[in-house]
Design a protein around this ligand. Structure first.
Ligand SMILES: Cc1cc2nc3c(=O)[nH]c(=O)nc-3n(C[C@H](O)[C@H](O)[C@H](O)COP(=O)(O)O)c2cc1C
Length: 375
């Protein structure tokens, strides 16, 4: 498993190993989205536990794009001091830290009219004026929340991209080693990619070149705001349906996801993180095999930028073998590090034992409930 602990580089970021803590919203911020002392402690513990790079839980950069309660607020500089403390703690323990940026859209658990979503008087000023409605590619009901979003105009899309760019510049000033554009898991940019949600007939709908345009505008805005070498990662679904890689159920297919990844690379992305329909995948008995490993290997062959593959890794032996064979740059771990924040150190010390995570999914509740096995 030595190769797990070789250094890696993404854009201008050098990390001590190839283990990445995949974004995991901890629900530990204050109500206004300020990184709290327990959240800073959580990242400090992860860094001390040996992981090379930490991708934060998703941060909203426009108030109306908030995806979950008590998630990170990157809408303004108001919480800059707390973000700097978080970054300093992680750097002091030898790890890198990347801020993930999300616009929730109709999958957000907080929607217009919900007092937890609308900015309270006490809340930090938002970036732009809240539209008081939720943006989507098309007026398609969300099966999870039953919300029907308002189809975004081109001006709306440009406003989202510009706000994301400003948040990326803030992250850079706060000392983050990079940002990640969240284009996966059914949030706004993922919906633009998906024919299920995107029924548009303008230049943002139809062929994948059009469906990827909103994503690419966001990447371009982040790149422009941060300069040529700053790591701008992008997280994409390998496809929308774990059981149907051809996208026959109407979602994003693997071929279209591959095309979107190539367009993201052209738009200036520094690395691709491969994910997908992990809730469905986690029900399968994958036995430590990565959920999206074959697609990750394909992307490593087809792209010139590093590829991180996230989801399902539990065995250091299997992870090491994929790193050696598939040309992928790194493996992303989420639930195993909730279960064992010191997992990387354990593996580096030579323990051959799998992660203790059983993939029960109870931690995925966005309510700050930790791993039941640790309680
Ligand atoms: C509690 C929890 C919160 C998560 N929050 C995020 C998030 O903020 N952003 C994101 O891209 N993925 C998020 N995920 C998904 C993970 O990054 C990862 O894709 C998924 O858990 C599969 O990886 P695993 O098998 O290593 O857990 C979350 C997962 C869990 C369990």
């Amino acid at each position: 498993m030595a190769n797990l602990f070789e250094p890696m580089t993404i854009g201008g970021m050098a990390a001590r190993n190839r283990l990445v803590r995949a974004a995991t919203a901890e629900s530990l911020c204050t109500r206004d989205g300020e990184p709290s002392a327990p959240l800073v402690e959580c990242y400090s513990q992860l860094a001390a536990g040996g992981v090379g790079t930490i991708i934060t839980g998703f941060a909203y950069f426009m108030q109306e794009g908030k995806a979950a309660e008590r998630s990170l607020n990157a809408c303004s500089d108001e919480f800059g001091a707390a973000y700097r403390r978080m970054v300093d703690q992680v750097h002091g323990r030898g790890a890198r830290i990347v801020l993930q940026l999300v616009y929730g859209g109709s999958k957000s658990k907080l929607v217009a009219g919900d007092p937890r979503w609308l900015p309270a008087a006490s809340e930090t000023p938002c970036d732009g004026t809240p539209t008081a409605d939720v943006l989507g590619p098309s007026a398609v009901v969300n099966p999870v929340t039953s919300v029907v979003p308002r189809p975004a105009s081109e001006a709306d899309i440009d406003a989202v991209a510009a706000a994301l760019g400003r948040a990326a510049a803030r992250a850079q000033r706060w000392g983050f080693d990079g940002v990640e554009v969240h284009g996966a898991h059914g949030y706004l940019l993922s919906q633009f990619l998906s024919p299920c949600f995107n029924r548009r007939t303008d230049s943002f709908g139809g062929p994948i070149e059009n469906r990827a345009r909103a994503l690419c505008r966001c990447i371009e805005a982040a790149r422009q705001a941060t300069g040529p070498d700053y790591p701008v990662l992008v997280k994409l679904n390998s496809c929308d349906d774990y059981d149907d890689p051809a996208g026959l159920a109407g979602g994003l297919s693997q071929d279209d996801s591959a095309a979107a990844a190539r367009l993201a690379q052209q738009a200036g992305a520094s690395a691709l993180e491969v994910s997908g329909d992990w809730h469905r995948a986690s029900k399968e008995a994958t036995d430590g095999q990565p959920y999206f490993g074959a697609f990750g290997a394909r992307m490593a062959r087809e792209l010139d930028i590093p590829v991180i593959v996230t989801g399902g890794w539990r065995s250091p032996r299997i992870a090491g073998a994929h790193l050696a064979q598939d040309g992928i740059a790194a493996i992303g771990l989420a639930r195993p590090l909730i279960r064992e924040p010191y997992l990387a150190d354990r593996w580096q010390a030579g323990s051959p034992d799998d992660s203790l995570c059983i993939g029960c999914g109870i931690c995925g509740n966005f309510a700050g409930i930790p791993c039941p096995s640790r309680m």
